[in-house]
Design a protein around this ligand. Structure first.
Ligand code: DGJ
Length: 733
């Protein structure tokens, strides 16, 4: 079929060019990469290239002459968005049951536009249509030029007279060419988040997925790294980082076809989620976000961090509060007096905010452990006779802000909320309830429940306008996945998992419309819910309840591939056997907090903590807004080392830790080469955060060029006596 092609004036970085009468070529460009889509003789739009930008644009026309690795006749195809049931024989991105029951879809190129949002961002929209059913799939590619990031999603429009059912509705379908692909994905569990595994992909399909619902990333995040041709390296090689912005069930297929090309199909998990779409309705998929680097994973991470700070995380370039949390200091056992004393401790230590954790609420079924009270968000009168208002005032008097823990999506069966609204919980009508941490999930598909959850937060702020922080927890997975609300409305349960997440986002939208900037921490029994859609509403996330600092180095190391330090909350706790200095140094590589009993600190420890917070005030802008360079990989060495460099390359901070001292007396016998400095600038290197009565073994009177520090390097002299070393690197003019 011959289609009209539209000749687009080359709009900054994107062009749609008619090569010949029959062929339309669409390019999406970022600083280092080009994606090229082209129609074939049947007007199917194919991905013919995704890789390094070519110097001569004219040669894009030659790409297809070089490809001999597809078998269109056998249904092995490089479709931009693979439909099923017609000519495609591979894993589909889109599977529809049409209004008449037919299960086949074909997608033909219809039109495309590009819209410049600003100097850096261009949105390309491509319309594909089924020639028989007219069902429409609109592909959106938002290119962030400087960051080399593409955000891709799809809108599916039902133009048929009756409802269609979306059996599979992926966000994006990438097509990649290489000899070999190495995939890194991350396994997890409580306290064991983000454990990487890297494998060479073999023919067939490897799937990353979650069916857990609410605490969806407990076992696995929707986040991965692909290395082309060889296992991933920090500063070399082609690396793609990908992540799905969706706080619910996800599925990412990696299909290596018989020509060894890779198709990545990322989206909402269709498991138990066949989604009926009424006539004329549009289904918008979540965003799949990816970046391609040709200089290893280090650059890929820096690009993603820059993108996330500037375009995604709430207040990503703004300020953050250091805090003292009482969870591990008291668990559920506290009262007004104890808390006001803790405010004083927090002030003495020097943090900005006190965060009151779980256990402050519920009266009929007091929240004295995790078996009762969840859902009854009234102050517990026994523990807090004068209410939150009093606590906030006391905190203010002490000179510290006050924040609070909430878990508003959940309920204990032993609660007044459950007694009043048994139909608000997820429950299988004919089966016994299953509990996760003694609790049930509320049915956020129900607008009344959405109102209630919004109301919990709104009520708190209306009553206590000075409330300065919220930790939003979510401790249960979705057992009993059945919505009474959908059933009552005569709607399919296939909608449930999707409507839950949409309900959650709608609540968060309302909260942010009214309270745009109050910092909120995204927590889910540790890192059970960490994704870039939720982070539109949250300023930061809690990576793991595991704060044992050696473990934490690895956990933070892995998160650091995808999420910037400003959003990564790290607390100093009493986990493990490492000294306070080690624990504090590790927590400083992100957004610093404490969860310790300050009065248990001896004089030297308290002085150290106070000084560390002072140092952090000076360093935080480098850590939060600077570029991060991973220097020494703790998986391969006895030492972990990484640094942050500010935008002007005039200030940097380097963190070094001993992670294994089994054999080496001197863990850093050689200097460590720094990265990201200006070779022509001169720098002074100084050790900070020293514990009382410890002198640095380093000579801080020396001046080095950036060239020297990056070529020869600098030895922080980490060893079994100096297990944690922080260095500041400051330009000398
Ligand atoms: C799980 C969180 O990860 C912890 O930090 C703490 O807030 C508890 N929930 C409270 O129940």
């Amino acid at each position: 079929m011959i289609r009209n092609s539209i000749l687009w004036v080359c709009l900054a970085f994107i062009s749609t060019i008619t090569w010949a009468q029959k062929t339309t070529t669409i390019t999406v460009e970022t600083l280092s990469n080009t994606v090229v889509f082209q129609t074939d003789a049947q007007s199917h739009l194919r991905t013919i290239y995704f890789g390094k930008r070519l110097k001569n644009k004219e040669e894009l026309a030659l790409i297809e002459t070089q490809n001999n690795q597809r078998d269109v006749n056998a249904g092995i195809y490089n479709s931009i968005y693979t439909p099923s049931g017609s000519w495609n024989m591979l894993e589909p991105a889109l599977h529809i049951v049409h209004a008449d029951g037919n299960t086949s879809t074909d997608l033909i190129y219809e039109s495309s536009t590009s819209q410049k949002e600003n100097e850096n961002v261009i949105l390309t929209t491509i319309v594909l249509k089924d020639p028989v059913y007219q069902t429409e799939a609109k592909i959106f590619l938002k290119a962030y030029y400087q960051e080399d990031v593409i955000e891709q999603w799809t809108e599916i429009k039902n133009t048929e007279k009756g409802a269609i059912t979306l059996q599979k509705y992926a966000s994006a379908n990438l097509y990649l060419n290489s000899q070999k692909f190495y995939l890194t994905n991350y396994l997890g569990a409580w306290g064991r988040e983000m454990r990487p595994e890297e494998v060479a992909l073999t023919g067939g399909i490897k799937v990353l997925d979650s069916k857990l619902g609410t605490r969806t990333n407990l076992y696995e995040p929707p986040t991965f790294m692909l290395s082309f041709n060889k296992p991933s390296e920090e500063d070399q090689g082609d690396i793609l980082l990908g992540t799905l912005g969706w706080s619910g069930n996800f599925k990412i297929d990696f299909e290596v076809d018989s020509y060894h090309n890779l198709r990545v199909i990322a989206g909402i998990n269709p498991h138990a989620s066949a989604y009926p779409l009424a006539s004329n309705m549009v289904f918008k998929t979540p965003s799949f976000i990816y970046t391609l680097s040709h200089q290893g994973k280090g650059l890929a991470s820096r690009n993603l961090h820059r993108w996330a700070r500037k375009y995604r995380i709430l207040d990503g370039t703004g300020d953050r509060l250091t805090l003292l949390n009482n969870w591990e200091a008291t668990y559920f056992d506290f009262d007004q007096q104890k808390l006001t004393n803790l405010f004083k401790d927090g002030k003495k230590l020097g943090v900005d905010l006190f965060l009151l954790d779980d256990g402050w609420f519920a009266n009929k079924y007091p929240r004295n452990d995790d078996t009762a009270g969840l859902g009854d968000w009234e102050e517990n009168r026994k523990k807090l006779p004068d209410g939150l208002g009093y606590l906030i005032k006391e905190a203010q008097k002490t000179g510290i802000k006050f924040g609070i823990w909430l878990e508003p999506e959940m309920v204990n069966p032993r609660s007044e909320l459950y007694e009043k609204h048994p139909d608000w919980v997820l429950k299988q009508p004919q089966r016994p309830e299953h509990y996760f941490r003694n609790q049930l999930v509320l049915d956020l598909a129900n607008p009344k429940v959405q109102d209630y959850v919004f109301g919990v937060v709104d009520h708190l702020f209306t009553k206590n306008p000075a409330l300065a922080f919220i930790k939003w927890d979510c401790n249960a997975v979705t057992f009993n996945a059945h919505s009474t609300y959908l059933q009552t409305k005569g709607e399919s349960q296939g909608k449930f998992y999707v409507e839950y997440v949409k309900g959650l986002y709608s609540v968060l939208e309302r909260i942010r419309a009214k309270y745009p900037k109050v910092p909120m921490m995204l927590c889910s029994g540790g890192g059970g819910r960490v994704d870039y859609e939720a982070l539109k509403y949250f300023t930061e996330f809690w990576p793991s309840d595991n704060t044992e600092p050696l473990e934490r180095i690895f956990i933070q190391w892995n998160y650091s591939h995808y999420f910037p330090a400003i959003a990564t909350c790290n607390h100093v706790t009493d986990w493990g056997k490492q000294p306070l200095k080690f624990r504090t140094d590790v927590a400083m590589m992100g957004k610093l907090g404490f969860d310790i009993v300050v009065e248990h600190l001896n004089k030297d420890e308290l002085a150290f903590g106070q000084k560390a917070l002072e140092n952090y005030q000076k360093l935080k802008s480098i850590i939060w807004y600077g570029d991060q360079y991973r220097l020494v990989d703790p998986y391969k060495n006895d030492v972990a080392s990484l640094m942050y460099v500010d935008e002007n390359q005039s200030k940097a901070v380097m963190f070094n830790y001993l992670v294994s001292n089994r054999f080496e007396l001197t863990a850093t016998p050689r200097p460590i080469q720094m990265k990201g400095l200006n070779p022509n600038k001169r720098y002074k290197v100084e050790e900070i955060n020293l514990f009382a009565n410890t002198a640095s073994t380093l000579n801080n009177s020396l001046i080095f060029s950036g060239d020297f520090l990056m070529t020869v390097g600098y030895n922080p002299e980490v060893n079994d006596k100096r297990t944690s070393v922080i260095l500041t690197i400051d330009e000398v003019k």
